[in-house]
Design a protein around this ligand. Structure first.
Ligand code: GUN
Length: 286
């Protein structure tokens, strides 16, 4: 029987810490501010944006939603980002992905000032992460690390397997585990012997985007299994990339979906917004 890592409770703790920091900044006359841009009407993105706004309000962070129609041009979006880059009341800028297909997300990400890039998606911030000299950490991988630390799990010397190689999760996840001296393998759709590789993992992070992809026979007894997935099963029920019912009796630790990694992503976004406000107001030296 695995210990269930309660992301909701850990995120609530982090959000409490963020709220205290936001209050301390407001005492100094600084209200941290986050701009959230949503282009189009993707229902999942709408839910994520609403959750982010709600979390900001609860933490005492000003948030401004800019909802744009699906036919917004790339130039219009870039002009909006330029105006947000120059506003002193906006410390963080987040453009919810995916964007409509006529907009090049790389152009959009690179238009956001790296100082306000609370997603840590800009190439400059990705580079900082690569060399281990960063301000912002990408929210989901940082949330996973916080879950591991809160459960008393360290990566040093362990075999860590990340399934998925996206720029948002898989690649930065591998880097953060490596920074903590884990021995990291990144698996993907072309990986041969995926099952065998996963069977050797002390820490297994699933970020595949396929419902119940990780099954009990892929998991080493006692391993920490972290589920980044957010899918619907055959009955339309929310589920992760891990077959929770099958894996839970084998693993040492496991995160549920919902209530695992998801709440951490938002908590880390709030943390990055506070960091951005501090840096932009020269309250931190880095
Ligand atoms: N879409 C899915 N996850 C994310 C995220 O972490 N940030 C942004 N901006 N868009 C996303």
């Amino acid at each position: 029987m695995a210990t269930i890592i309660d992301g909701k409770a850990i995120a609530a703790r982090v959000r409490g810490e963020v709220a205290a920091e936001a209050a301390a900044l407001r005492e100094k006359g600084i209200t941290p501010g986050l701009a959230v841009i949503l282009v189009g009407d993707d229902p999942a993105s709408r839910v994520y944006v609403n959750n982010k706004k709600k979390a900001c309000a609860e933490a005492g962070i000003y948030s401004e939603e800019i909802a744009l129609p699906a036919d917004t041009t790339q130039d219009e979006l870039l002009a909006l980002i330029a105006s947000l880059n120059s506003r002193s009341d906006i410390n963080g800028i987040l453009c919810q992905l995916p964007l409509p297909s006529h907009i090049d997300d790389k152009a959009v990400i690179s238009a956001i000032s790296p100082l306000k890039d609370v997603d840590a998606f800009h190439a400059a911030n990705v580079g900082h992460i690569m060399i281990g000299d960063y301000t912002f950490l990408p929210c989901t991988p940082a949330g996973v690390m916080e879950l591991l630390h809160s459960a008393g799990i360290t990566a040093a010397g362990k075999s860590c397997v990340v399934i998925g190689r996206s720029n948002i999760v898989g690649k930065p996840m591998a880097m953060l585990l490596l920074h903590e001296n884990g021995t990291v393998t990144v698996c993907h759709s072309k990986t041969a012997n995926l099952k065998q590789i996963c069977q050797g993992a002390d820490i297994l992070v699933a970020a595949v985007g396929k419902a119940k992809f990780v099954t009990a026979d892929m998991v080493k007894p006692g391993a920490a299994v972290i589920d980044v997935g957010m899918n619907r099963d055959e009955n339309g029920k929310l589920c992760g990339d891990v077959d929770f019912a099958g894996v839970e009796p084998v693993a040492g630790w496991i995160t549920p979906v919902p209530g695992g990694v998801g709440p951490m992503t938002i908590a880390m976004l709030l943390k990055n917004t506070i960091l951005a406000a501090k840096h932009q107001n020269a309250l931190l030296i880095k």
